[in-house]
Design a protein. Structure first.
Length: 445
């Protein structure tokens, strides 16, 4: 999300804006937790916080020997920003739009909402490779339904790492399913944590079917699928597609990443799904510093696992999102984009040569080049939220857009309109130097 007009109206530094965005995502927190919550280094917070307090944008209260900080009410923040930009100024409409989006982010906190994965409108982008186009045609859009946070792994990059462990009650899940159907969705993905550990999983599957969901995707670490009868029970209960986390073909690395010796079980789970004819399989691998030189091996292994077997597959590589556990382990795990360009390109070249449906996400074309844009999921998918108010079902993607941004230099890039940018937390950690704008071609850009 571009907040450049807000930044200049409030006259805050890049770090000041980054911290303000962090504050938008939580209510009131003790000083000691701010760096981890805002995904910033301590030195950045130390420099930016006093300036935000002096400017009256953030308030502190001393409690229990520590100062707790929170953002001023969003109306107050908006009033201050607008007071710096006259109503007839050229920048004012853009500032108003930014403030409107931030206000919606803040308001969404008080509402029940669901996350949806949908198809992104394509602007000047090549069509996806056939397997991905078919997968999207069959399964998108779908409700991304979180079942809770409990898990039998404790992955070093987990995005729910520090969250309290909980299982969502079936009634709460039921309300999400109902809202998804009112929004017209026919697909649902059960995610976690680890959804196969939810004690009400089969009841939830029955309710998915009762609501009329035609496509039910189970997104799992795969460890419980090593038992073939578990796969059969899930398919009998209505699961139509299975997605399995599979980061590396190396058992030792997998153990280090997942903090559990489960590599053989996960591979057995993949094999068990592959022997069930007609069940689409997706794998999701998180690309980290620990795995970037193993990507070609992973492609070869995926090729060996699926060789001569029919069916619909997609294999995705997600650049690590520097949040939660991944932020805590950032030095060991989060590569600079310049480290990843060559290994990821080599893996994609190999997949293309092997005709394997490998895709990727989270790496912009200025880093990777343009040879594999037909495998860039950021170009084809979108994540948004749905809630209901008096006007009915409403769509909103502002809260999720907050996670990504583009540095000012991106304005010169020919991908500026289509590129969703990079994770803010990546920029806090590695800075913008790897993002070199791609020159525009003539006037068409
Ligand atoms: S818009 Fe920015 S992040 Fe995206 S490809 Fe261009 S330079 Fe890279």
């Amino acid at each position: 999300m571009d907040l450049s007009n807000l930044q200049s109206a409030l006259q805050v530094s890049d770090d000041g804006l980054a911290l303000l965005v962090g504050f938008l995502c939580f209510r009131e927190e003790p000083r000691s937790r701010l760096p981890a919550l805002a995904r910033m280094e301590e030195a950045q917070v130390s420099a930016a916080l006093p300036l935000l307090v002096d400017a009256g944008l953030v308030e502190g209260t001393v409690r229990d020997d520590e100062t707790w900080y929170r953002l001023v009410p969003i109306d107050e923040l908006a009033r201050r920003a607008r007071s710096a930009v006259p109503a007839d100024a050229r920048e004012r409409p853009a500032l108003d739009l930014e403030l409107e989006r931030l206000t919606e982010v803040r308001e969404l906190e008080h509402r029940r909402f669901i996350n949806v994965i949908g198809i992104r409108e394509r602007l000047h982008a090549p069509a996806p490779i056939p397997a991905v186009a078919e997968y999207m045609r069959r399964f998108y859009p779908y409700l991304d339904l979180r079942m809770g946070t409990i898990c039998n792994f404790n992955c070093v990059y987990c995005l729910v790492g520090s969250e309290k462990k909980f299982v969502r009650p079936v009634q709460e899940i039921e309300a999400d399913l109902a809202l998804g159907r009112r929004a017209g969705l026919l697909g649902v993905a059960l995610t976690g944590g680890e959804p196969t550990l939810h004690p009400g999983l089969f009841e939830v599957l029955a309710r998915c079917r009762a609501h009329g969901y035609e496509r039910i995707i189970l997104v799992t670490n795969g460890s419980l699928l090593a038992e073939a009868r578990n796969v059969d029970r899930l398919l009998d209960a209505g699961v139509t597609t299975i997605g399995i986390s599979y980061d590396t073909a190396d058992a030792k690395t997998a153990h280090q990443l997942w903090r559990r010796e489960a590599f053989d079980a996960v591979e057995a789970g993949i094999e068990n799904v592959l022997t069930r004819t007609g069940i689409p399989l997706g794998t999701i691998g998180v690309v980290t510093r620990a795995t970037l030189h193993q990507l070609e091996d992973l492609v070869r292994r995926l090729g060996a696992l699926t060789r001569d077997r029919g069916g619909l597959y997609t294999f995705n590589l997600d650049f690590i999102m520097p949040e939660e556990n991944a932020w805590a382990n950032r030095e060991a795990l989060v590569p600079d984009y310049r480290e990843i360009a060559q290994p990821l390109r080599a893996a994609l070249d190999l997949a293309a040569a092997m005709e394997l449906p490998l895709t990727y996400r989270g790496v912009p074309p200025c880093v990777l080049g343009e040879d594999h844009l037909d495998r860039d999921m950021d170009r084809f998918m979108t994540i948004f939220q749905i809630h209901e108010d008096d006007a009915g079902v409403r769509y909103n993607r502002n809260a999720l857009d907050l996670y990504r941004t583009k540095p000012a230099s991106c304005r010169a890039c020919r991908h500026f309109r289509t590129c969703p940018g990079v994770y803010r937390s990546y920029l806090h950690l590695r800075g913008p130097d790897a993002l070199v704008p791609v020159p525009r071609r003539g006037r068409s850009g």
